[in-house]
Design a binder for this molecule. Structure first.
Ligand SMILES: *[C@@H]1O[C@H](CO)[C@@H](O)[C@H](O)[C@H]1NC(C)=O
Ligand SMILES: *[C@@H]1O[C@H](CO)[C@@H](O)[C@H](O)[C@H]1NC(C)=O
Ligand SMILES: *[C@@H]1O[C@H](CO)[C@@H](O)[C@H](O)[C@H]1NC(C)=O
Ligand SMILES: *[C@@H]1O[C@H](CO)[C@@H](O)[C@H](O)[C@H]1NC(C)=O
Ligand SMILES: *[C@@H]1O[C@H](CO)[C@@H](O)[C@H](O)[C@H]1NC(C)=O
Length: 387
């Protein structure tokens, strides 16, 4: 990274003390946001020092019609405070990004328990989202809102022991456990089990009433569930779908599939599967783990490359910098040069197009067939199969 630019940014960020709002999601709905835990009493957390039930934290983004929105913090202050030093160390940057995360606010529909003017479309399809390794789910709030605003219920998941910090409603924190990296498949099997547990609980009226009190004790249908993730989360989406047929399609945002090709004596993490799989890559190149997985995908499969992006453009960071009035230019090495709104548009459009293909059972959109090259010139197909 350019040595001078971060210093300019330090000055800018320290003067940004006022809260700022990210743009209203682009789709035809606004969104409601509810956060809360789902606890698996049948499964001990593999990364806890003492026997502890596995406790996920979720954010549920539901498409909704509401004439006005309210502004809510993007993340709890404890999570934002933790990120500055984490990002400095992980990316060797001199600037403290905690204020950027602390001051970010999301426009969401008012709490339906207090205001009854919100209405959800009935039973929209569900998209589970799994974050990058050690990255809290809250780094993807803007992207999740954008997808939800197109008529999907998006559930982002914090995997305990993996996310660098999770704050539970009672205030206690769970931190990353680096022993995850000792396994060749990292945390992907545990993440896949987490996804299956969330789907189990979608049918559990009591659990859903605890998570979404305004909705009442009603289960969600589980016949239209797909899974998306970024980085290790993208790999987990494919692995989870290959093991759980209730996940009807998978989308991998730039995730290496750890353990693929497998080291001697181990099996491929992705089982042979028939659900549709979409890969979105930041580079004009298919890595060995994707090439090794590709023949195991017997349903429609598509690998796209997005120009001028990096691995971390697939997050809210570019949007937050822009919304805070900072611009992304000083972070071009880390976040790419594509305009943040454009990246949100591309990720949302391809993800929702793939979801629609998954649930109609047919990849029929001209966009996915590569018949609209002028619409997103930044996107090119590297590999395509079975449609
Ligand atoms: C991390 O996970 C390992 C199991 O992989 C466990 O033995 C250890 O106690 C955990 N460490 C902490 C600090 O929780
Ligand atoms: C979403 O909220 C904005 C105000 O923030 C409002 O102008 C717009 O009409 C709302 N749209 C829908 C579909 O509810
Ligand atoms: C971190 O960045 C500084 C300059 O910004 C550079 O001198 C140093 O070599 C970098 N360290 C690592 C481990 O990359
Ligand atoms: C359903 O959810 C409730 C509340 O979280 C929980 O106590 C119960 O064990 C769950 N049932 C099943 C079958 O998971
Ligand atoms: C990618 O960035 C380069 C350099 O800024 C620019 O010339 C090019 O047009 C960009 N590509 C697309 C597809 O926008």
């Amino acid at each position: 990274m350019d040595m001078r630019s971060p210093w300019i940014l330090v000055l800018l960020l320290t003067s940004t003390t006022a809260e700022y709002l990210v743009p209203t999601p682009p789709g035809r709905y606004n969104v409601t946001l509810t956060t809360g835990p789902l606890i698996d009493y049948a499964r001990d957390d593999p990364y806890a020092a003492a026997p502890t039930p596995r406790a996920l934290m979720l954010s549920v983004f539901q498409p909704s019609t509401c004439a006005s929105t309210v502004s809510v913090p993007d993340m709890p202050s404890e999570v934002a405070d933790y990120q500055g030093p984490f990002l400095k160390q992980t990316f060797n940057i001199s600037v403290n990004l905690s204020p950027l995360l602390l001051e970010a606010h999301l426009p969401v529909c008012p709490d339906p328990l207090k205001v009854s003017r919100c209405s959800h479309p009935s039973d929209s399809p569900i998209l589970l989202f799994s974050p990058g390794y050690s990255i809290p789910r809250l780094y993807y709030n803007v992207l999740a809102s954008a997808i939800a605003s197109e008529g999907f219920t998006v559930i982002t998941i914090d995997h305990p022991g993996d996310a660098n910090i999770i704050i539970y409603p009672d205030g206690h924190a769970v931190y990353n456990n680096a022993s995850i990296l000792d396994s060749p498949t990292w945390d992907t099997y545990t993440r896949a089990a987490d996804a299956s547990f969330v789907i189990d609980q979608l049918s559990n009226a009591t659990a859903m009433a605890e998570l979404l009190p305004q909705r009442g004790p009603r289960p969600f249908p589980t016949d239209r569930v797909a899974m998306l993730g970024h980085s290790a989360g993208g790999a987990s989406a494919i692995i989870a779908a290959s093991r759980d047929p209730r996940i009807r399609g998978a989308i991998n945002w730039d995730g290496t599939i750890f353990g693929s090709p497998p080291p001697p004596g181990l099996s491929e993490p992705v089982e042979v599967m028939s659900q549709p799989v979409l890969f979105l890559s930041h580079q004009d190149y298919a890595g060995p783990s994707w090439l090794s997985t590709w023949p195991r995908l017997e349903g429609p499969k598509l690998l796209l490359y997005i120009e001028n992006t990096t691995h971390y453009t697939f997050s809210d960071m570019p949007t937050l910098l822009e919304a805070a009035g900072q611009g992304t230019a000083p972070f071009a090495d880390l976040l790419g040069t594509i305009a943040p709104t454009r990246m949100v548009r591309i990720l949302t459009t391809y993800t929702t197009a793939w979801m629609n293909a998954v649930f109609t059972g047919k990849v029929g959109e001209p966009l996915l067939e590569g018949e609209e090259p002028g619409r997103f010139p930044e996107v090119s197909a590297l590999m395509r199969g079975n449609f």
